[in-house]
Design a protein. Structure first.
Length: 347
């Protein structure tokens, strides 16, 4: 196997390319485009290109890495609204749907159904617990630990949800010890122009206990736009997301600010997600009631429909591949017909 280091002005980032063929072959980096679904959204400059060949050979492959790219992330929080029958219905429409491969989709499940949901959901759908305690084990009746969540085959946990803060009085300090982490803005915070102060205080509390930001997704919820009939405008959402990324840049690092995914929660629906998905600093959504019906599929795919030129290129490539396959089949059939042709007279 041969490893090449490429540096090309058509690529946004430099990176290593690993090829499956040991024999030399040119890389037409300036002329052709191809997409490898499993690698889109990678956070590393290293990427894999698989050299496809067939007979006849149509070699039109290239991979482009995006500097500081963040994979779109959508999490549907079921809260305390499901049983096994509900989960079975959700599994049906998620299994039947064509989901955007460039979106990481996760569902937030009640702890008693974590194993059931993980067993029945498609493997590409992640499963998150809705809360956990800060230690692996101990005498804490009614709580679950990160180790228990992992033992159920689940990869995520939602921490600091506004309902945990308001109903169960979980303080910033306790939430930061557990560290998707949620920060929120109340109506009185916005009315008194204290949004930045409140959010930055919550971020400072979280940052004190986070050593690896690559394992954290930050969810911002505008409480005044959740279940109130009032919708936050895209400009209002972008304003807050930009503030959060500004805080990360100046209090953690530029690298963390570029790579950390920040998602939005606040009455997101299939009707509002398309415009929101275009926002510069938005990397996905945290939804609740919409995650219980097929609208969840539209929200998962909102990145594809609104702003993903990668998906458009992927569709063009699929169309080209289908065209080549059809031409090849026609050619094979033509050759087959010629071979089977028998003249009626012989000389």
């Amino acid at each position: 196997d041969i490893t090449h280091f490429i540096s090309d002005p058509d690529c946004i980032n430099e990176g290593s390319v690993w090829r499956t063929h040991s024999r030399p072959r040119s890389w037409p980096l300036r002329h052709t485009v191809a997409l490898v679904p499993g690698l889109l959204g990678t956070q590393s400059s290293s990427f894999l290109a698989s050299w496809a060949h067939s007979r006849p050979r149509y070699s039109i492959l290239k991979v482009i890495t995006m500097s500081g790219s963040r994979k779109f992330f959508v999490i549907g929080n079921w809260k305390m609204n499901v049983n096994k029958t509900h989960i079975d219905n959700i599994v049906k429409f998620l299994t039947a749907a064509s989901l955007n491969f460039n979106t990481e989709a996760v569902v937030g499940c009640p702890s008693c159904y974590l194993s059931y949901a993980r067993h029945h959901l498609p493997s590409e759908i992640g499963v998150a617990a809705q809360n956990c305690y800060k230690v692996p084990s101990g005498n804490f009746s009614g709580e679950i630990s990160p180790a228990m969540i992992q033992d159920c085959g689940c990869e995520w946990v939602i921490l600091g949800h506004p309902e945990r803060r308001a109903i169960f009085n979980e303080p910033d300090e306790l939430i930061s010890e557990k560290v998707v982490a949620c920060v929120c803005e109340r109506k009185e915070d916005r009315d008194s122009n204290r949004t930045e102060e409140v959010l930055f205080r919550q971020m400072e509390s979280l940052a004190a206990s986070i050593s690896d930001w690559s394992r954290v997704v930050v969810a911002f919820e505008a409480l005044w736009a959740s279940g109130t009939g009032i919708l936050a405008t895209p400009a209002q959402v972008q304003e807050v997301l930009a503030k959060l990324r500004y805080w990360l840049r100046h209090n953690v690092s530029q690298e963390v600010a570029n790579s950390t995914r920040i998602i939005y929660a606040g009455s997101v629906s299939s009707a509002t997600c398309l415009e929101l998905a275009k926002l510069k600093d938005l990397d996905g959504f945290l939804v609740s009631s919409a995650a219980l019906n097929p609208d969840f599929v539209d929200i998962i795919n909102s990145s594809r429909m609104s702003s993903s030129w990668l998906w458009e290129k992927h569709q063009h490539l699929q169309h080209t591949t289908a065209l080549i396959s059809n031409l090849r089949l026609r050619h094979v059939n033509k050759i087959s017909n010629l071979d089977s042709y028998s003249p009626s007279r012989t000389i």
